[in-house]
Ligand binder design. Structure first.
Ligand code: GCU
Length: 677
């Protein structure tokens, strides 16, 4: 009698638990904490804030054998680069303190995602792995979709620091350090000049102090015209002695407050912003002058190559035209920061031809984590596959195998400094990135910056395990008896890995690009061409549809952008038969009736791509609905409601684009495509 009563209670409890969804607010992202097991940590190295942080993280997160002893060792080792580490069983060795911290996070990650902790040797691909925040002193974030800035409040009160700020910055730094990110430019390019004034510099120093124990450095993006607007000079001419003095004094002032300040990020002579060309000087004049001011302190200048002038027949060619003539003339502490593609963070672009072409200049890739052109925080799009595609693209610049990754990480060309930048998607929202899956993009950026050969499948696998696998007692009880791997991990991982291609399909298939409406960069607008707007800010400039066909002729008979690529790519891209279909309309103007590899006409193929994209997103909804038993209520519903918007808007993309392009092709929509409404 007694046993059966117990059994009854047990079953009742089990039923209760499996029906219950546990609570998670999403704030901890991939650093979720279960009840830690006791662990002993022995540190051999000089006491430091970073080593203290490493020890604390291990103590708070340890899930391995209770009472294990973990040794953290700082010592020189020829196989280790700065920040690199070794893990052997219970021993983590690194050449510097930050390396130990990265080793600790890696050990915890490996244990949580079921990977071995033996014979691990890990060195970062890039020395500087830097987030770029497009945060303004008003607290607004340019193209920010997750609330206001975590750094700046509003112009009246941007410089104060409160306890809430400090704890958020600490968590921000922990999340970054756990994936290897070691720097952040914490204000938008072309900062309001006031950001160089003393009260703002103090605020930078406070942020630098909060993130320093996690190995992070702070950088700034000053306005090139600051000598005028902040310093009261008459000019910002980089060769003017007063201007040079201004920047030298500014560097001195900054380093007195922030001894480990990282350096400057500059957007000059781009989209109407000031720069050296305003004074008939060059990018070299501007970048080198700033580099000289920072050099005594070890600072670097990240000089963006995102430049294009209005009225040019091909925007995609301009960065190469403007920068190649200066190859070899930049100081060794200047790095040219190049967006992955030649236009602007589009759903798909071929890699920028500047990669590998600049052989005597340091070059760094710039990715955009915030999904400005990829559905913002509404669409579920895992960007890792896009960045992997870029990093693994072969530039052929030094023979086969000169991938974008290798020509930027120092393995093909000697570079004193190597770096990678990601435009952040972080804001004050309680889960940092608004869409729970947008955090996977932050995670992926960090992981690829650390190791540019990782696969997106591995990154997705880790992220899902760290973000959704049960860790609390409550979560474990809710998951008891359920097959988490088959029911959740496998289908959700597949959804993530398919998601970027789905976005390309419903937005801009077959090499189309920049087909957005107006300035929000969200919905479709292939037809958008108001009379007084710059041509290169309107979609028809890029699709060039007419009665004959569609696509941008960048071959020798067009703008000849193909010639900016190294052979065999220039020949491949200029050949209608050989150009990969994913880049077809990027490089070629193609007749509507052209036969594709599938045997269909270009028109039919285009329609089917749009339609496939919509169907993929609807399938994501099914996958997510089936994942409900494995996810806490808050995150489940958050993703579910965003997927509804995603599916609806994917259909708007398909319908609008097909109906518009049909006015040129005049051809019927293939029967298997859902009728546009
Ligand atoms: C895009 C974006 C701008 C941004 C620019 C940049 O064009 O829409 O808002 O300023 O990129 O990278 O500087």
């Amino acid at each position: 009698m007694k046993t059966s009563l117990l059994k009854f209670i047990f079953i009742l409890t089990a039923v209760f638990y499996s029906a219950a969804t546990y609570a998670e607010n999403g704030y901890d992202l991939w650093l979720r904490k279960g009840p830690a097991k006791p662990v002993k940590v022995v540190v051999s190295g000089k006491k430091s804030a970073i080593l203290d942080a490493a020890k604390q993280e291990l103590t708070e997160f340890w899930q391995g054998t209770p009472n294990a002893t973990i040794q953290l060792v700082v010592k020189a080792d020829k196989s280790l680069k700065t920040d690199g580490f070794k893990i052997n069983g219970n021993v983590i060795t690194a050449g510097n303190d930050a390396g130990v911290l990265y080793g600790v996070y890696d050990m915890l990650r490996r244990m949580a995602s079921g990977q071995s902790t033996d014979n691990v040797l890990s060195n970062p691909s890039y020395q500087r792995r830097v987030l770029n925040h497009w945060d303004n002193p008003t607290g607004n974030i340019e193209h920010g979709f997750a609330g206001k800035s975590i750094f700046w409040r509003n112009e009246k009160d941007s410089v104060t620091v409160n306890a809430g700020d400090l704890s958020r910055w600490k968590d921000y730094a922990r999340l970054n350090a756990s994936i290897g990110i070691n720097g952040a430019v914490i204000n938008n390019v072309n900062a309001q000049p006031m950001m160089l004034s003393a009260p703002y510099l103090k605020k930078y120093a406070a942020i630098a102090a909060a993130v320093r124990p996690y190995g992070m450095k702070i950088y700034m993006a000053p306005n090139f015209a600051s000598p005028i607007r902040q310093g009261g000079l008459k000019t910002a001419d980089p060769l003017d002695p007063e201007v040079i003095k201004y920047w030298q004094a500014k560097a001195k002032e900054i380093y007195a407050l922030i001894p480990d300040f990282g350096g400057f990020l500059i957007k000059a002579n781009s989209e109407g912003q000031p720069g050296p060309q305003d004074y008939k000087r060059t990018h070299v004049d501007g970048a080198n002058m700033l580099a000289d001011a920072l050099k005594p302190y070890g600072g670097i200048v990240m000089w963006r190559a995102f430049v294009y002038a209005p009225n040019d027949p091909d925007r995609a060619k301009q960065a190469v035209q403007e920068f190649m003539p200066f190859d070899g003339q930049f100081r060794d502490n200047v790095i040219i920061q190049v967006k992955n593609g030649p236009v602007d963070f589009q759903p798909r672009e071929p890699f920028s031809p500047l990669f590998g072409a600049m052989k005597k200049t340091s070059v760094m890739p710039e990715f955009q984590i915030m999904q400005e052109y990829l559905g913002q925080a509404k669409h579920l799009v895992f960007l890792s596959t896009m960045w992997e595609e870029c990093l693994k693209s072969d530039t052929y610049q030094m023979g086969a195998g000169s991938t974008v990754g290798k020509v930027t990480d120092g393995s093909v060309y000697p570079q004193k400094y190597t770096a990678i930048a990601g435009v952040s998607n972080i804001g004050l929202d309680s889960n940092w990135t608004a869409h729970p899956f947008a955090a996977a993009n932050w995670y992926a950026f960090g992981r690829l910056g650390w190791d540019n050969t990782l696969t997106s499948a591995q990154i997705a696998d880790e992220w899902l395990k760290l973000t959704f696998a049960p860790v609390t007692d409550e979560g474990k009880a809710a998951m008891a008896g359920k097959n988490w791997d088959a029911g959740f991990l496998a289908p959700v991982k597949k959804m993530m890995l398919d998601s970027r291609e789905a976005a390309v399909n419903y937005m801009m298939p077959l090499g189309l690009h920049h087909q957005f409406s107006a300035y929000d960069h969200y919905g479709p607008g292939s037809w958008y061409a108001p009379a007084r707007t710059r041509a290169d800010w309107t979609p028809p400039y890029y699709h060039k549809a007419d009665k004959q066909g569609i696509g941008f002729n960048r071959t020798e008979t067009g703008t000849d952008a193909v010639s900016q690529y190294h052979e065999p790519l220039s020949s491949t891209f200029s050949s209608l038969e050989n150009v990969p279909e994913m880049y077809l309309l990027w490089f070629q103007h193609v007749p509507w009736t052209y036969k594709m590899k599938s045997g269909r006409t270009l028109w039919d193929e285009l329609c089917i791509k749009y339609d496939t994209g919509v169907k993929q997103v609807r399938q994501f909804q099914v996958v997510w609905d089936m994942a409900q038993p494995f996810v806490d209520k808050e995150r489940f519903e958050n993703v579910q409601s965003r997927l509804r918007i995603h599916a609806r808007d994917a259909q708007v993309w398909k319908d609008g684009s097909i109906l518009y392009f049909q006015t040129f092709s005049g051809m019927p929509i293939p029967y298997e495509v859902e009728r546009p409404v």
